[in-house]
Design a protein around this ligand. Structure first.
Ligand code: ADP
Length: 369
């Protein structure tokens, strides 16, 4: 959405061919993207419904008026017709973990040089939750999650995983429970083939060979990398390298999955796939904690959102709570804007509508929980 704002023309390339050229609302519309198996950005999907896709996408008054008209005419699709097309991912646990949550108790972290990156953060994440941590660059998100697997240690306060203090437990021991996927996959990849890379983690867990096989195959399948198993990781594109780093962590089947900016560098289908993995992993009873800059992704795929500002948590709640119109000023103070569906819902006086599904339901006069 941010990319579209103020862009008068765009050119869509597919396999080296120009497929469409013109206004972004048309080029990125369902008529062009649908046949390619892609879904339009939320702003374009809304503009199509409002009948303003061929006009200036920044004109949110026209968009809101068009949506009101669509609602009056009964043209708003039902919840199930909202975003779809995600690859289906299921996660069948192979290792057995007790339900494992995470507690961060008043954690302070100061880097050498004096930056106080965390200023007494408190956070309790129950087992099975999908938590997204958002905030401007430098707000302390990465510093916080690096405490969960012992990559960083607190200067004050305590971190507990599964009720046990992390204390001085070494990173390689914690890694059996807390899987961590780095922001930059190249910090993580070192093997000669995709399959060897995925096999490395479970190989260190001393599982039964059959269990290792199941995990390797499940991780390759859910990340869509099965057919690239013999490729050298450095011959993969950046988005597949990122998926490979994720596969390496998934293959360890950890109780807690921590993802630092999982959607960076992904195209639409990659974001859909990672979202499906997040949901499938949590549906298997595991805890998922992700740092993300993508508010739409956070609203769609997570059940709780924590907003950080200058080393502190300033908002904490469900997407409906955090992206409510009343929270917009606090969000802005953290340098963030709500997802487009929430902005339009607020403009239409529909309350808090963090996703297209919420917005469509509200336009149809229904409440979404
Ligand atoms: P975010 O993940 O939200 O972008 P970070 O946790 O990376 O934030 O950074 C929080 C603060 O700590 C920033 O001011 C950043 O400059 C500082 N910082 C991060 N890493 C280091 C480091 N290795 N040494 C010194 N300061 C750091």
């Amino acid at each position: 959405v941010r990319v579209l704002a103020g862009i008068p023309r765009c050119l869509l390339l597919d396999q080296g061919r120009a497929v469409a050229e013109g206004r972004p609302g048309v080029v990125l519309g369902s008529g062009v993207l649908g046949p390619l198996g892609l879904r339009p950005p939320d702003l374009v999907a809304l503009a199509e419904l409002a009948g303003t896709a061929g006009d200036d996408l920044e004109d949110e008054d026209a968009l809101a008026a068009g949506l009101r008209e669509a609602a009056r005419a009964g043209r708003v699709p039902g919840g199930s017709a909202a975003p779809g097309g995600a690859p289906s991912v299921a996660w069948e646990p192979v290792r057995s973990h007790p339900p494992t949550g995470v507690e961060v108790r008043g954690v302070v972290h100061r880097y050498a040089g004096g930056v106080e990156a965390l200023r007494g953060v408190r956070l309790e994440v129950p087992p099975g939750q999908r938590l997204a941590i958002v905030g401007q660059n430098g707000s302390g998100k990465t510093t916080l999650v690096k405490h969960l697997n012992g990559l960083l240690r607190p200067d004050a306060g305590e971190v507990r995983v599964g009720g046990e203090p992390v204390g001085d437990r070494p990173v390689h021991v914690l890694a059996r429970t807390v899987g961590f996927s780095f922001q930059d996959p190249d910090d993580q990849l070192f093997e000669r083939t995709v399959e060897r890379e995925v096999r490395f983690g479970p190989g260190n867990l001393r599982l039964e060979p059959a269990a290792t096989e199941r995990l390797v195959e499940a991780a390759l399948r859910s990340t869509g990398l099965a057919e690239h198993r013999d490729v050298h990781p450095h011959d993969l594109g950046p988005s597949d390298r990122k998926l490979l780093a994720l596969a390496g962590v998934l293959a360890m089947d950890p109780a807690v999955l921590v993802l630092d900016e999982p959607t960076t560098g992904q195209d639409g289908p990659g974001v859909e796939r990672i979202g499906a993995i997040v949901e499938a992993y949590a549906a298997a009873g595991r805890t998922v904690i992700a740092v993300t800059h993508d508010m739409g992704f956070a609203a769609e795929r997570f059940d709780r959102i924590v907003v950080m500002r200058e080393g502190e948590v300033v908002l904490d709640g469900s997407p409906v709570e955090v992206f409510a119109p009343e929270r917009e000023a606090t969000l802005a103070s953290a340098g963030l804007a709500p997802p487009v569906a929430a902005r339009i819902g607020a403009r239409l006086g529909l309350g808090s509508t963090p996703t297209l599904r919420h917005l469509f339901d509200a336009l149809r006069g229904r409440r979404t929980t």
